[in-house]
Design a protein around this ligand. Structure first.
Ligand code: HEM
Length: 302
């Protein structure tokens, strides 16, 4: 994510190739199965983030890469510590925790890569291990996938559901359209930075080479010049050219996986609980760049 072409092109190409090898579609039935299991355990009143939206993508991305589910809690904790580095006003304590998490995370992934190089399996770490990347680059790619592969999905689901409930809306027959509106309406990734690789003028402002600008994706997703009724949550919105997955060379590598996962999660949840509703105040994470809820209490009103 931090690299620009030509380094970025060299790093992204093999990862994208490994990623597009049919792994996403292969996982669809498994996502449905995991979603059903989590809902079986959750009962009729539950925290839809903590009990459902959070564990599901962690399990999915771990399985995709070939990391046993026994590491799921660890992955989630490391990932949470690392993404705090994206927020403004980082304390030294947070920085230390992120460095510790990244070190432990990388050590685990390095072991997996070494073992898959010796004995390949049918998983993404084996595919990565077979690329021309160096071992450090493979470790970085796997850590990025494990991290990016669930962090935003959790918040898209939580933010989207809360927005939908507050708008008095329900998913329509077209669940994929509803997922696009969940991605747009209350963006889980509010802000990303871009580095100018050469001097450029943006909106009348000159940006020197090496300088950064912040791109407010959340704001762009409410642009009245692009979206009709931008501040309304419309689960069946027909035209939805949101930028929740970014644009350009850094466009989200996991967008097909995220879309499949969110669509299956939403379908399974509302098939089981068609009358689902909020059961108290959602609790915000209090973060700005990666915006989301810790917990969203819900109940089945049937
Ligand atoms: C709903 C969930 C997701 C959202 C909203 C999201 C959003 C984004 C955004 C906005 C970027 C662009 C960052 C930039 O402009 O610098 C990005 C990049 C990326 N995403 Fe996602 N993402 C999601 C899920 C996933 C998943 C499931 C994966 C992988 C399994 C993933 C992997 C990546 C990677 C590897 C990049 C870096 C691409 C690059 O720099 O070339 N994301 N994502």
């Amino acid at each position: 994510m931090e690299n620009e072409p030509p380094v970025h092109t060299r790093l992204r190409r093999p990862v994208a190739k490994a990623f597009s090898r049919g792994h996403v579609e292969r996982l669809r039935p498994r996502v449905q199965e995991l979603a059903t299991e989590l809902l079986d355990r959750a009962g009729e009143r539950f925290d839809v983030v903590g009990d459902f939206a959070e564990p599901l993508p962690v399990l999915v991305i771990s399985e995709l890469l070939g990391v046993p589910s026994s590491h799921a809690d660890e992955l989630r904790d490391w990932s949470q510590a690392i993404v705090k580095m994206y927020e403004p006003n980082r304390s030294q304590e947070r920085v230390d925790a992120a460095v510790r998490a990244a070190t432990d995370f990388a050590a685990l992934v390095r072991d997996f890569i070494r073992s898959r190089r010796a004995k390949p399996a049918d998983d993404l770490i084996s595919d990565l291990a077979a690329t021309e990347l160096s071992e450090d680059e493979m470790v970085a790619a796997a850590v990025l996938l494990l991290n990016a592969g669930h962090e935003a999905s959790v918040n898209v689901f939580g933010n989207g559901l809360v927005s939908m409930f507050r708008a008095g809306a329900r998913p329509g027959a077209d669940k994929a359209a509803c997922v696009e509106e969940m991605l747009r309406f209350d963006s889980a990734l509010q802000l990303f930075e871009r580095t100018a690789t050469e001097p450029v003028t943006v909106g009348g402002i000159e940006v020197a080479e090496g300088e950064k600008i912040a791109v407010l994706l959340g704001s762009a997703n409410r642009d009245g010049a692009v979206f009709e009724r931008p501040d309304e949550f419309l689960p069946e919105r027909a035209e939805n050219p949101h930028v929740a997955f970014g644009v350009g060379v850094h466009f989200c590598l996991g967008a097909p996986l995220a879309r499949m996962e969110l669509t299956e999660s939403l379908t399974t949840l509302f098939d089981r609980h068609p009358e689902l509703e909020l059961d108290g105040e959602p609790e915000s994470r209090g973060t700005f760049v990666l915006r989301g809820y810790h917990s969203v209490p819900v109940r089945s009103a049937r």
